[in-house]
Ligand binder design. Structure first.
Ligand code: GLA
Length: 674
C-alpha cells in the first residue's frame, strides 16, 4: 500500500520514544507556540493562564449527548432515564461518564437578574436537581451554551454573559460545558472562547471545556491552549458519506492532539439507525483510534445488544483511552483502501484496516510500518472478536465494502498463537465484465503465521444466478508458514443480469495444530457493465455511478426537467448535472473519442459558475475547462479516450458555492469500435 506522509509537527513516534514523549505531553499538555500562530500574544497569555486552572483531562472524555438523537426534544425525564440507562446497561462500567444536555435546555428568556434559567416546561425541576441525580449515580453532568448572543436554536446564549453563566453552571454542579459558535457577532473565536475559559476558571469548579467552533478557525492552532477538546468539522449526520467526509478532514490534525487536548471529529451516531452494523463498527473503530471524545448520541434507554456491543467493547475503548494519548493517523492510502495506526503506551500498535469503497478489497500493512521493532513473531489481537493470531510481519485482511478490521499488534514469541491467515480474492478481468462473461476468479490463501494451517479447504460464493466451478482441487493438506496456495474458479455471469457491482465471498476453513477448526473470510467481486459499440449518445448508456450535487442526473433533459439549452442552443441528447458532480461510464477500452458541448443551462437565467473535467480511469485528466458562467456559449470538448476503461465526467462549483450550477453536457457522445 502507498505510504502517507504524516502531518508535520509531531515526530515519528516509535514504541521506544513513547515514554519520553508521554512525560513531555503530560507536563506541557499544550503544543508550544500554538496561539502565537494566531497572532495574539495578549489572548495567548490569558488563554494559557485560564487553562492552567481548569482540570486535567488525561484521556478522551466518554459520555452521552442529547443532540444527535433528540435535537430539541429533550426533558429532565429523558436526562434522568439516560443516566439510569448508562448505569443499568453497563455503559458506566465501560467508562462512559458524562451525561451532556445539548441545545434547548434553557428558557426563552433570562431571569430578571440576567441569569440563564432552565425551560420551565421541559426542565421544571431545574438543572441543580438534575446534576444531583446524575452525581448520585456516579456520573457527571454536561451542559451547553453558545459563544454568541443566541444558541443555534435561538435560545439565550453566553456572549457578554460569560461570568454570570459560568457562575450559575458551577453553582448547579455542572461538570462540562460544550460551547457552540452560533450568532457570534463576528467576534474573533479566540477572544470569545478565552473569555469563557476565564469565567469557568474563576468559578473554582473543575469544569471540562468543550470548544465547538466546527473547525472554522483552525482550532488546532489555538484551542489546545484553552479547552480540553475542540470540534474539527461541521456537524456529523447518521450516514456513511458524513463519516468518511469527517474522517478525511482529520488527516494531519494528529499533531495538535495529546492529553487534555483532543481533536473532536463530533459525536457518535452508533445505534441511530442510518448505517449498517458494518458501517457503525468502522465509525467506532476509527473514532476510537483518533482519540476522539467517545460521546454516544443514541437513545441509551432502548439500545439493542448490537449497539451496546459496539459502544462498550473494552478493547476498543482501551485503544481510545491508552494513557500515552498519542492520536492515531493515516499511514497508507490506496484509493478506497486505507490504513490508520496508533502507537500504544506498552510498545504495541493499534491498527484499523479500512475499506471505504463499494466492493470487497484487501488492505495490508506490516509490523515494521506500524513502528514495531523487528521480532520473530507478533501477536495480532482482533479487538472486536477477541481472537489472537500470530504473524511474522504482514498485517492484512480481506475486507467487505465499508468494513474494517481493528487489531492491536505486539511483539511475541513464535508459535504462541494460531497462525494469522489471509485470503486474496482476484479475477483475471479489469474488474468490469459484460453480462454472460466467463472468467477466472482466484482465491489465494496465505499462512502469515508460524505454525502450519492444516486441511485447508477454499470455497467461493457468487450471487444468485451466477456460477462458480473449481478448476483444480480446492483442498490442501498443509500450508506451512509463509506459503500461499491458490484455488481457481471458472465464474460465469448470467446473460440477463443488470449492470452493477456483484460481490463474491470466499472462505477458507482449516485446522490449527491444536485441532481447532477456523475460517478465514475473503471479499471480492466484479462490476457488470456493457461495452459500448459504434457511435453512442452518452445519455443512452447506463452510468456506473452518478453523484450529483443537487437533484438527479438529467437524461436528455435538465436537472429541472426542462430541455438541455445552453446560450439559446437546444440539444435533444445529452446529460445534465448539478455541481459538484461526478458521473462514470464504462467504455471497456473500446472507444477512441468523446465529444460534448458543455455549459450552464439557460434555466438559471445567467446565474451559476462551473468547471467541467474529463478523467480516464479515475486518474488521468483528459480535459478540463476554465470557469464557465451562466449565459456563456457552450464550450466544445473533443477528447481522445483510447484505452480508457472508465470515463469520468466531473463538474466543479467554480469559485463560489454551488447555487444555480446547472451544468449540462449537450450532445455528449462516444465513438467506439463495432
Ligand atoms: C451546532 C453544533 C451541534 C449541536 C447544535 C445544537 O450545530 O455543532 O453539535 O450542538 O448546534 O443547536
Amino acid at each position: 500500500m502507498r505510504k502517507v506522509t504524516r502531518g508535520a509537527a509531531r515526530p515519528a513516534v516509535t514504541a521506544v520514544l513513547l515514554g519520553g514523549l508521554v512525560t513531555a505531553l503530560l507536563a506541557t499538555p499544550v503544543p508550544a507556540g500554538a496561539v502565537r500562530a494566531a497572532g495574539a500574544a495578549h489572548w495567548q497569555a490569558r488563554a494559557e493562564a485560564a487553562f492552567q486552572k481548569l482540570p486535567l483531562l488525561p484521556t478522551p472524555p466518554m459520555g452521552w449527548n442529547s443532540w444527535n438523537k433528540f435535537h430539541c426534544n429533550i426533558t429532565e425525564g429523558l436526562i434522568r432515564q439516560t443516566a439510569d440507562a448508562m448505569v443499568g446497561s453497563g455503559m458506566r462500567a465501560a467508562g462512559y461518564e458524562y451525561v451532556n444536555i445539548d441545545d434547548c435546555w434553557m428558557a426563552p428568556e433570562r431571569d430578571e437578574n440576567g441569569y440563564l434559567q432552565s425551560d420551565p416546561q421541559r426542565f421544571p425541576g431545574g438543572i441543580k436537581a438534575l446534576a444531583d441525580y446524575v452525581h448520585e449515580r456516579g456520573l457527571k453532568l454536561g451542559i451547553y451554551s453558545s459563544a454568541g448572543t443566541k444558541t443555534c436554536q435561538g435560545r439565550p446564549a453566553s456572549l457578554g454573559y460569560e461570568d454570570k453563566d459560568a457562575q450559575r453552571f458551577a453553582e448547579w454542579g455542572v461538570d462540562l460545558l460544550k460551547y457552540d459558535n452560533c450568532n457570534n457577532q463576528g467576534v474573533p473565536a479566540i477572544e470569545r472562547y478565552t473569555v469563557m475559559a476565564e469565567a469557568l476558571a474563576a468559578t473554582g469548579r473543575p469544569i471540562v471545556y468543550s470548544i465547538c467552533e466546527w473547525g472554522a478557525n483552525r482550532p488546532g492552532e489555538w484551542a489546545a491552549e484553552l479547552g480540553h477538546y475542540w470540534r474539527t468539522t461541521g456537524d456529523i449526520s447518521d450516514n456513511w458519506g458524513s463519516v468518511v467526509s469527517i474522517l478525511d478532514q482529520q488527516v494531519g490534525l494528529e499533531k495538535y492532539s495529546g492529553p487534555s487536548a483532543w481533536n473532536d471529529p463530533d459525536m457518535l451516531e452508533v445505534g441511530n439507525g442510518g448505517m449498517s452494523t458494518t458501517e457503525y463498527r468502522s465509525h467506532m473503530s476509527l473514532w476510537s483510534l483518533l482519540n476522539a471524545p467517545l460521546i454516544a448520541g443514541n437513545d441509551l434507554r432502548n439500545m439493542n445488544a448490537t449497539t451496546l456491543a459496539l459502544l462498550a467493547d473494552p478493547d476498543v475503548i482501551a485503544v481510545n483511552q491508552d494513557w500515552a494519548g498519542v492520536q492515531g493517523y493515516k499511514t497508507a492510502d490506496e484509493g478506497d483502501l486505507e490504513v490508520w495506526a496508533k502507537p500504544l503506551s506498552d510498545g504495541g500498535a493499534a491498527v484499523v484496516l479500512f475499506n471505504r469503497g463499494p466492493s470487497g478489497g484487501q488492505v495490508s500493512t506490516t509490523a515494521a510500518e506500524l513502528g514495531l521493532p523487528p521480532a520473530p513473531a507478533y501477536a495480532m489481537r482482533d479487538v472486536w472478536s477477541d481472537a489472537t493470531t500470530e504473524t511474522t510481519g504482514d498485517v492484512r485482511a480481506s475486507i467487505p465494502s465499508h468494513g474494517s478490521r481493528m487489531f492491536v499488534i505486539r511483539q511475541s514469541r513464535p508459535a504462541q498463537y494460531e497462525p494469522a491467515t489471509f485470503l486474496d480474492v482476484r479475477t483475471d478481468t479489469t474488474g468490469y465484465v459484460d453480462a454472460g462473461a466467463t472468467f477466472t476468479a482466484s482465491v489465494d490463501f496465505t499462512n502469515d503465521g508460524v505454525t502450519p494451517a492444516q486441511r485447508v479447504e477454499v470455497g467461493l460464493d457468487v450471487p444468485d444466478g451466477w456460477s462458480a466451478r473449481a478448476q483444480d482441487p480446492t483442498r490442501f493438506d498443509s500450508v506451512p508458514r509463509g506459503r500461499t496456495v491458490t484455488a481457481s474458479f471458472t465464474v460465469t455471469a448470467p446473460t440477463d443480469a443488470s449492470n452493477g457491482a456483484y460481490p463474491f465471498t470466499a472462505s477458507a476453513s482449516f485446522r490449527t495444530v491444536a485441532g481447532e477448526q477456523r475460517q478465514t473470510p475473503g471479499y471480492g467481486g466484479v462490476t457488470l457493465a456493457e461495452t459500448p459499440r459504434g457511435e453512442r449518445w452518452i445519455s443512452d448508456l447506463h452510468p456506473l455511478t452518478a453523484h450529483v450535487g443537487w437533484g438527479r442526473l438529467g437524461i436528455d433533459k435538465s436537472v429541472d426537467g426542462k430541455p438541455i439549452k445552453i446560450a439559446g442552443v437546444t440539444y435533444a441528447k445529452g446529460i445534465a448535472t448539478h455541481a459538484p458532480a461526478e458521473v462514470t461510464y464504462y467504455l471497456g477500452a473500446n472507444c477512441s473519442r468523446f465529444t460534448a458541448e458543455v455549459g450552464i443551462n439557460d434555466e438559471t437565467r445567467g446565474r451559476g459558475s462551473v468547471t467541467f473535467g474529463v478523467l480516464g480511469d479515475g486518474q488521468k485528466q483528459l480535459a478540463a475547462t476554465e470557469v464557465i458562467l451562466g449565459n456563456q456559449p457552450a464550450q466544445h470538448l473533443d477528447v481522445d479516450v483510447s484505452g480508457v476503461h472508465v470515463l469520468t465526467l466531473t463538474t466543479g462549483t467554480g469559485p463560489d458555492n454551488n447555487n444555480h450550477d446547472h451544468a449540462d453536457w449537450g450532445g455528449a457522445k462516444v465513438y467506439c469500435a463495432d
